[in-house]
Design a protein around this ligand. Structure first.
Ligand code: SF4
Length: 537
């Protein structure tokens, strides 16, 4: 069934009322707060009411650390904009699983619906039916403990002097503390701990300018990683930071409507044609006059996040113009060259390392097997917000096939080791069923430094590769061999110039100076020197 069939079926069964419904926040006429944007009201939907209570009980304002890793999707000029957006967010679910939201506009009223949970849990058919209009913008969000609440769910919508602005952001702003302090001294009252909220407050200071200039002036102040969508009642704006940390692409439908999304896989699902990436440092404004492009004033070297190719992006997406499936497969091929091993089989722990395992197998001639079976109804452990939840999900998630693996020499392919606790538990289960030799190869270098640009790596205290040498990690994990792909090998696998990428979590060289006070423990690392790396036997 095509996306159009789906949409037509949906539309036939929904009530397309243009009247504001109490389950859906109508924000165009929201009351103003003197001198400040008013925050969007909570949805009245009972499925999200619990989260609003959590927010009220939370002392979250004491912990303003931004912890987003998100996906964004915007549609302009499509009669089913909100429903298309829903499917777009569905494709981007891997980028954030704790909350989802869509705001839509019919040119006069902006309506929104958001809540905690996965996209299909947050939106019912009825919810989507209320989000009328040909303009819509959506967001899926991941956060960690303390910030996982409805008030931080996006899009963030605010009204000031009759003008309503919605913001959806993927990335982290590194000068958030300075900006927030400054704005609070000027009277701004923040409603969330989201770094993205500073954008609406900064925009409020430039209401005397036209939208183009207000955006340029606002983003002139902002540093860090942002692939951001802004929406008014009749315009969709896409902004990408000058380094281009996070991906953002532009596509078009047969009817001329536009889509902007974090990854190309969202375009594939809704049958939109990929046009191009939003350029680093570009402001793309889409309205009834068409599409126009502006440039942010400040420049910086390319800083594409190399970890998008290692772990985060979907393999069917083209990220920074390169297909992720193929780059991950090449990582495995290069690992086979850098670390040739003698074994009976190579296998991934599903689903991490799948494609690199294919590459290793094909390059080495060692058979690829799926020796561990995954329970598909448990989420990715990296995404879970607490350690106890992660430990529990490791135990229930994967089951090794005892009769097949017993007495075998296996190579396990992993895409990364962050804390090491998950890998340790998995390896222990293999030892327990009598696997004879366990080699582990990792399709990236040791992750030794935290990320300040939108992927919520733990602090250095929690990063096993910051605390231990490769040999110490091998012993900690109880492996016969541990080998990490070299940084040169990783760059070769992706096939773009090394200088295009941020590699800070591997080499500690941060392209935009981070605010280390957000990660106080990072200051205690004694500089960013690298402990020994390479193959150990
Ligand atoms: S530090 Fe690592 S995860 Fe963060 S943007 Fe840079 S490469 Fe990506």
């Amino acid at each position: 069934m095509s996306i159009n069939c789906l949409l037509n079926n949906c539309c036939a069964s929904r009530s397309c009322s243009r009247v504001a419904n109490p389950d859906c926040s109508v924000v165009a006429n929201a009351a103003n707060l003197s001198g400040n944007f008013s925050s969007d009201p909570f949805s009245n939907n009972p499925r999200t009411a619990y989260a609003a209570e959590t927010y009220l009980a939370d002392a979250h304002l004491a912990d303003p650390r931004p912890k987003d890793e998100c996906g964004v999707c915007g549609i302009f000029g499509h009669p089913y904009a909100a429903k298309i957006n829903y499917f777009g967010l569905y494709s981007l679910q891997h980028r954030g699983q704790e909350s989802a939201g869509i705001v839509a506009s019919d040119g006069e009223l902006m309506r929104q619906h958001k809540g905690m949970g996965l996209v299909p849990e947050v939106f019912s058919e009825e919810d989507l039916g209320r989000l009328v209009g040909s303009l819509a913008m959506g967001h899926v969000r991941y956060s960690t403990t303390g910030n996982s609440n409805i008030v931080n769910a996006q899009p963030f919508v605010a009204t000031h002097q009759g003008a309503t602005l919605a913001v959806a952001h993927n990335g982290n702003l590194v000068n958030i503390r300075t900006l927030r302090d400054e704005l609070e001294k000027q009277g701004s009252i923040f409603q969330s701990t989201m770094d993205s909220e500073v954008v609406v407050h900064l925009m409020a200071h430039h209401l005397d300018l036209d939208l183009d200039q207000a955006i340029i002036e606002t983003f002139r102040r902002i540093r860090g990683a942002y692939s951001m969508l802004l929406m008014t009642k009749d315009q969709l704006v896409a902004v990408r930071d000058p380094g281009g940390f996070r991906p953002l692409c532009l596509g078009q439908f047969n009817n001329g409507a536009y889509i902007v999304a974090s990854e190309t896989c969202a375009l594939d699902l809704v049958e939109a044609q990929y046009i191009r990436d939003v350029h680093p440092g570009e402001i793309l404004i889409i309205d009834n006059r068409g599409l126009r492009s502006l440039t942010l004033g400040h420049k910086q070297p390319r800083s594409f996040c190399i970890f998008e190719h290692v772990y985060f992006a979907r393999p069917d997406s083209d990220i920074f113009g390169i297909n992720v499936y193929q780059s991950r497969k090449r990582m495995g091929e290069i690992l086979a060259r850098e670390c040739p091993l003698d074994a009976d089989l190579v296998m991934p722990f599903p689903d991490s390392g799948n494609y690199a395992a294919i590459g290793y197998s094909q390059a080495s001639g060692i058979p690829l097997e799926m020796g561990v079976i995954r329970n598909h109804y448990v989420g990715r452990t990296f995404i879970q917000p607490t350690q106890s939840m992660r430990d529990f999900s490791v135990r229930i998630k994967l089951n090794p096939i005892r009769s097949f693996l017993e007495n075998k020499r296996v190579i396990i392919m992993e895409d990364s080791i962050i804390r090491g606790t998950t890998a340790r538990s998995r390896i222990s289960s293999l030892r327990g069923i009598g696997v004879k030799k366990i080699h582990m190869v990792i399709s990236c270098p040791p992750t030794r430094h935290p990320c300040f640009y939108g992927i919520d790596f733990p602090t250095v205290d929690e990063l096993v590769a910051h605390q231990k040498t490769v040999e110490e990690i091998r012993r900690y994990l109880d492996l016969d061999t541990l080998y990490y792909l070299s940084l040169d090998g990783l760059v070769e696998a992706i096939g773009a110039p090394a200088e295009n990428f941020c590699k800070a979590c591997f080499n500690g060289i941060y392209p935009v100076p981070p605010d280390l006070s957000f990660h106080k423990n990072a200051l205690g690392c004694g500089g960013f020197t690298l402990p020994g790396e390479g193959k150990t036997e």
